[in-house]
Design a protein around this ligand. Structure first.
Ligand SMILES: C[S@@+](CC[C@H](N)C(=O)[O-])C[C@H]1O[C@@H](n2cnc3c(N)ncnc32)[C@H](O)[C@@H]1O
Length: 355
């Protein structure tokens, strides 16, 4: 490690300076992404069906002509960061147009797994503002930066803002579809032989619906807050139950907890797992992150996502992403005897926990 700036190669020094500048400006990356999604740019490029030139894009956006240069600069940044790409276009390939990349295929609004609602929801002021008081929160005693800023816990805020609650539910639903469909295809043995399953904190039922469709003999239930699931119709093998998981969990062969425990600190997570232990006969199925142990983390996309989500859980919910050791302690303390972790594609894992 360098003892002073003078001893370091000048090239490394300016690289390091740029590294810091890029961290400082990372909010512009988030906000430019949000801007592109709100303007509908991914949908416009997708519908165009071939590389779209700047002029065509500006026309499709119906913005004042004076904004065309600003669109160019927005797209330049987002091409640089790999969200969009450019390709040659025109009869003689004389022009250049924008195309979607695999990343921006997650930003069109017409797929079951779109992240467009996630972009807009997570980057709304109520979620971003607490970031301004992180350091104040570290010095104080408020449970979360969100609560310090908004004066109430996140779930109360949702209950008081029905429009936002609806958008949050829709955001989670879209985000869950991809992982759940891949689980029923590639890990169906996890769900076979079960006769009943309750998805605790199951949101608007995306996961349970995918399971209920794939396993018609399986009786599925979704337990979530009454306001979130009010008026969602069930089916022959899917029932919505409005309730509070801290008060009671309906009995079933298995409980599914997808991205639910990470919303809670160890004390609450233990209460939930103890109630699950009483409710189930076979197992608890958890879909959540298992963070790598140790202080040094790999600098890959998946590790980064895990660590960003951990900060999000800490600042919004007083929750956490857990290492295997932390999961194990939670299971043993709640009275379970063993568990099996199956890493899923991406940054999540599937954990089966047995009594
Ligand atoms: C992060 S979301 C996960 C939703 C869903 N499992 C998924 O992965 O798409 C957490 C869910 O827990 C629900 N929740 C929060 N507190 C709850 C409580 N006390 N009882 C039941 N559900 C609760 C929220 O309404 C929300 O739908």
């Amino acid at each position: 490690m360098a003892s002073s700036a003078q001893q370091v190669n000048k090239n490394d020094l300016v690289q390091a300076q740029s590294h810091v500048f890029n961290h400082i400006c990372a909010f512009l990356s988030s906000m430019s992404l949000k801007c592109a999604v709100e303007l509908g740019i991914p949908d416009i490029i997708h519908k165009h069906g071939k590389p779209i030139t700047l002029i065509e894009l500006a026309e499709a956006l119906s913005l004042p002509p004076s904004r065309t240069e600003a669109v160019y600069r927005l797209m330049r940044l987002l091409v640089n960061s790999g969200i969009f790409a450019t390709e040659k276009t025109g009869e003689n390939q004389e022009g250049e147009g924008y195309v979607l990349t695999l990343s921006s295929s997650f930003l069109t609004t017409d797929t079951e797994y779109t992240l467009a609602p996630f972009v807009v929801n997570l980057l709304n002021p109520a979620q971003v503002k607490p970031g301004h008081i992180f350091s104040e929160w570290y010095r104080g005693t408020a449970p979360t930066a969100f609560e310090a800023d908004q004066g109430m816990p996140f779930w109360n805020y949702l209950a008081q803002n029905p429009e936002y609650e609806k958008r949050f539910g829709a955001t989670m639903a879209k985000n869950s579809h991809l992982v759940m469909t891949s689980i029923v295809r590639e890990h169906k043995e996890v769900l076979e032989n079960l006769k009943s399953l309750v998805d605790v904190g199951g949101g608007t039922g995306t996961c349970a619906r995918v399971i209920a469709d794939a396993f018609p003999h399986l009786k599925c239930m979704v337990l979530d807050l009454p306001t979130l699931i009010a008026n969602i119709p069930g089916t022959d093998n899917l029932e919505f139950i409005g309730g509070n998981m801290f008060e009671s969990i309906p009995p079933a062969d298995a409980v599914l907890l997808k991205n639910t425990l990470h919303n809670w600190g160890d004390e609450e997570a233990l209460m939930i797992m103890k109630s699950c232990r009483k409710a189930i006969t076979t197992k608890v199925i958890i879909i959540d992150i298992v963070v790598k142990e140790g202080k040094k983390q790999e600098n890959d996309e998946f590790s980064k996502t895990q660590l960003y989500f951990d900060m999000l859980m800490m600042s919004t919910h007083n929750g956490k992403e857990r290492t295997e050791k932390e999961w194990e302690k939670l299971f043993i303390d709640a009275g379970f005897t063993h568990y099996k972790i199956t890493p899923l594609m991406g940054f999540s894992s599937l954990i089966e926990v047995f009594p």
